[in-house]
Design a protein around this ligand. Sequence first.
Ligand SMILES: C[S@@+](CC[C@H](N)C(=O)[O-])C[C@H]1O[C@@H](n2cnc3c(N)ncnc32)[C@H](O)[C@@H]1O
Length: 267
Amino acid sequence: MQRRREAGTGEGAPREEGGAEVKTSSPSAEPGMWSDLRETFQDLVDAWPGPPVGLKASVSLVAMLVIYFNLAPMRVDNGSADSCDPVRTYGEITERGMQMLTTVAGLTGNAAPRGGFVDIGSGNGRLVIWAATPSPEGAGFARSSGVELQLERHQEALKEAALAPSDAQDKIALVRGSILHHLGLLSNASVVYWNNLCFPSDVARTVAEEFSIRAPLGAVLVTLAELPHSSRAEEQTLPGLAVRRPDELLEMSWREASYRPFVYTRV
Ligand SMILES: C[S@@+](CC[C@H](N)C(=O)[O-])C[C@H]1O[C@@H](n2cnc3c(N)ncnc32)[C@H](O)[C@@H]1O
């Protein structure tokens, strides 16, 4: 998963999402590291026809080292779907992705958004603000909450929320901290959105289990990666949750191919 540079890559195990395959690179494994470095170096040299070979080679070498050593720390084997750092890796759902979200969540026609919306890892707050903004510009949820771990993004979200239409502002609640300390947010939600691609598997498991216990019946949790199964080894599925894969795709900021989300309904 290629994301904004702040944020980096999230490239992980090769996988196919909407037909797009992502190549693996593993900075921690020695043989893999050297072949990755060689490949990156060759790609950079090939991609720059024109200047003398010596100049090409040295500039490409410097560029490659900068890219490689900046991105390496963002790759972590934390059990997340994309083996990426959940805080340093940053990307957003696009405007088009937001428009599709209510359909993905099953809210169409008379079942237009109502109740509470929650964005887990709300970043700069754009999705939370959109969810609180009346239709047709936004989704028109009755309440919209976001929980964000990283301070600067949370502060940016507060600034943006202060500029939102006044009828949206009253509905917005932005919380700074880990979702693990704010699980109560799940109790009042009708729709929860979670870009969980970088979240460690233990966090993902806790959130899934808590959603299946706390969320009101019929509430939906939309995720980009499949949730881990129950921590009880004998259980293959998450009790209390029914899952479906809708045909509608969600567009993200960091790659062309959109994601086919997982939609979990509390039953
Ligand atoms: C990929 S961004 C998603 C931004 C936004 N929700 C969107 O989809 O456009 C994920 C965000 O989750 C935040 N995050 C990571 N771990 C978290 C945790 N345990 N609790 C709350 N937020 C977390 C990161 O700091 C990051 O801003």
